[in-house]
Design a protein around this ligand. Structure first.
Ligand code: MN
Length: 630
């Protein structure tokens, strides 16, 4: 009687296993209210040593670059001395607390540092940061990492520049991104909308209405007298970037500047014709939602007025990007699926087995984000336009307004009216993302077909149905519009689409919006995270200095450069690379091989495409990690 029958045991053990998981993975809705996040980070979710190593390397790069800038010894042989002295200084001044792991790390570095100085590639600094990260973690407040960074900022250049070239001095070691050479051109400005850091903003419009009264004359001065605004609208060649969601946001002041957020409208048009290489062009910008408040700027408004207006669009775009597109619609979108998967599916459940590698590091990075990066006084508070409360609300709005079923790539493209290659021929994000989407979908389809023969099998998988219910439940993942009737998963086809969207968002979509942080946003004049002048400057004559005063002052530029360089440099694992022997079922092997072969083909296709368009490399499969971990 005391020994349960084998049958009962089989039923009993999974219940215990899931009960344990549910205690470890608890929901918390107050970290970024009201979004579902994990409460205490379960120990198994911590960053791996391999990941910490990668981050330490990137911290080193940023550290050396900053040290050289701030100590003013660039170009001299004293760089090595500076690095050595700095490390000794932070140790002697007690900036590094007495922690066993850290001291052990330091003891390995210090003797060599004192006797021989630093090596050519500053390997000692990697080791130092690795020791710091391993012993005290990522939290930026009150810990060693923060103290080191504070110490590092001493002597930094400050204030607004008189000349754009002054920014170049902040890049003694880190290479200036290519965009530094051409960001002021209209072509790059338009291309950024379809192949940049936030390539999801433009919508096709047929007319502009009273809110944005661009005239035929203004249109024709840009697009030529043989074209017209009315014809372009009718033919589907008008595209609008509308930042209305930012209207009414509260201007931030942290740490010590009045910053501004804007809600501009920007009109783009595709020239008429049939040539498939026709690039979209910027036509007009209104830097707020109300035409009575601000003028409509065009390329003919004068060099600095136009530049000022274009920069305001980038600032709005960057604020939308970080809060909504990046944090909200990738990091926070995926988080609830990671939690629900642990709570409702056993580790050997086929759906859990497929998804878990795509969640590695996600709960850890989201946890680090809410506790430091987007906490009051953190990097986002310092750098973005709005107050930190406002940025957090914006992220939550971004999540809540992103219905799961509408988030499917083809639905997104259709909804914005950008799915037709005849009217919008050059849209690298769209074209490359569709390739990756299809490849992931095929892999998910092949994989699920091994485990589910038909819709019946899906409907009868009780654990899976519980998972689906929890994902959308108010006391669960709170994912809006998930599932079919009553939130159920009724068909195999739907399950395939749903898992494709989760994996696509965790891999490709995040890569597309995360890594341009290094490639484009690390040069703040091209993409400032905040504006430092009100849009009303446009009501008068705009001078070069007005434009320069709109851009972030040097100390803010240095912080932006450091933060986004770090966030945009950590490539940990790669799409399709599941852990060895992860799938014990041998029939999965050939399906996985097919997926990997497809990704290699796509790599070649995108390289080929880049011969015929301005380069877009953010969706090369080799640059897409498996999961959101940075
Ligand atoms: Mn990220």
């Amino acid at each position: 009687m005391n020994n349960p029958s084998p049958n009962a045991q089989e039923k009993f053990l999974p219940v215990i296993e899931l009960e344990i998981a549910r205690r470890r993975y608890k929901y918390n809705y107050n970290l970024i209210p009201p979004i579902a996040m994990v409460d205490d980070l379960p120990s198994g979710e911590n960053f791996s040593r391999g990941w910490l190593r990668l981050l330490a390397e990137e911290l080193k790069v940023v550290f050396v670059n900053t040290l050289i800038t701030n100590r003013g010894n660039y170009g001299s042989l004293k760089v090595n001395d500076d690095v050595r002295n700095f490390i000794l200084e932070v140790v002697l001044k007690g900036a590094i607390p007495f922690q066993l792991g850290l001291i052990a790390g330091l003891l390995q570095i210090l003797p060599q540092l004192i006797l021989q100085g630093t090596s050519q590639n500053y390997k000692e600094i990697d080791d130092l940061f690795f020791a710091v990260l391993e012993s005290s973690g990522l939290s930026i407040f009150g810990n060693s990492l923060n103290r080191i960074l504070n110490h590092l900022s001493q002597g930094h250049p400050t204030g607004h520049v008189k000349d754009l070239q002054e920014y170049d001095k902040l890049f003694p070691q880190i290479e200036l991104p290519e965009i530094a050479d051409n960001f002021q051109s209209d072509e790059v400005f338009a291309y950024t909308r379809v192949a940049g850091y936030n390539p999801v903003m433009i919508k096709q419009v047929n007319e502009l209405g009273d809110r944005f009264p661009v005239t035929e004359t203004q249109y024709q001065e840009v697009m030529g007298s043989d074209d017209s605004l009315a014809a372009a609208g009718e033919e589907g060649r008008l595209y609008l970037a509308d930042y209305g969601i930012l209207e009414g946001a509260v201007n931030g002041t942290f740490p010590q500047y009045q910053k501004y957020i804007y809600a501009p409208l920007a009109l783009f048009a595709v020239p008429k014709g049939t040539d498939s290489s026709r690039l979209m062009r910027p036509v007009a910008i209104q830097c707020g939602q109300h035409p009575e408040d601000l003028p409509i700027c065009t390329p003919n408004s004068g060099k600095y007025a136009w530049l000022f207006a274009k920069t305001i669009v980038e600032i709005a775009d960057a604020n939308f990007h970080e809060a909504v597109t990046h944090l909200g619609r990738t990091h926070l979108f995926v988080g609830p699926f990671a939690i629900a998967t642990h709570r409702q599916l056993l580790d050997n459940h086929p759906v859990s087995l497929l998804l878990r590698p795509h969640f590695e590091g996600t709960l850890a990075i989201n946890n680090a984000a809410q506790s430091s990066l987007i906490a009051p006084g953190g990097g986002v508070d310092q750098l973005l336009s709005a107050t930190i409360d406002n940025s957090r609300i914006l992220a939550a709005v971004g999540v809540q307004s992103y219905g799961f079923n509408e988030a499917m790539l083809s639905n997104q493209l259709q909804k914005r009216g950008v799915d037709d290659t005849a009217t919008l021929p050059v849209y690298p994000y769209r074209d490359d993302a569709l390739l990756i989407w299809d490849a992931i979908r095929q892999w998910v389809c092949d994989y699920l077909n091994i485990h589910y023969k038909n819709d019946e099998d899906v409907l009868n998988d009780t654990a899976l149905q519980h998972w689906a219910q929890e994902v959308s439940a108010y006391d669960g993942g709170r994912v809006p519009d998930f599932g079919q009737t009553d939130g159920r998963i009724e068909t195999l086809d739907y399950l395939i689409d749903a898992l494709t969207l989760i994996i696509f968002t965790a891999s490709a979509q995040h890569a597309a919006v995360n890594f341009p942080q290094k490639g484009m946003m690390s040069y703040p004049p091209a993409v400032p995270l905040a504006g430092y002048q009100p849009a009303s400057v446009l009501n008068g004559e705009v001078s070069q200095q007005d434009y320069l005063n709109l851009l972030p002052p040097l100390e803010q530029v240095q912080t932006q450069l450091n933060l986004v360089s770090l966030l945009g440099s950590v490539y940990y694992n790669r799409l399709g690379d599941y852990p060895e022997n992860h799938f014990s079922d041998s029939s999965v092997t050939s399906a996985l091989q097919r997926f990997k072969t497809k990704l290699e083909e796509i790599e070649q296709t995108i390289k080929q495409r880049n011969q015929n368009r301005p380069t877009y490399e953010y969706l090369l499969p080799s640059k897409i990690p498996q999961s959101i971990n940075i």
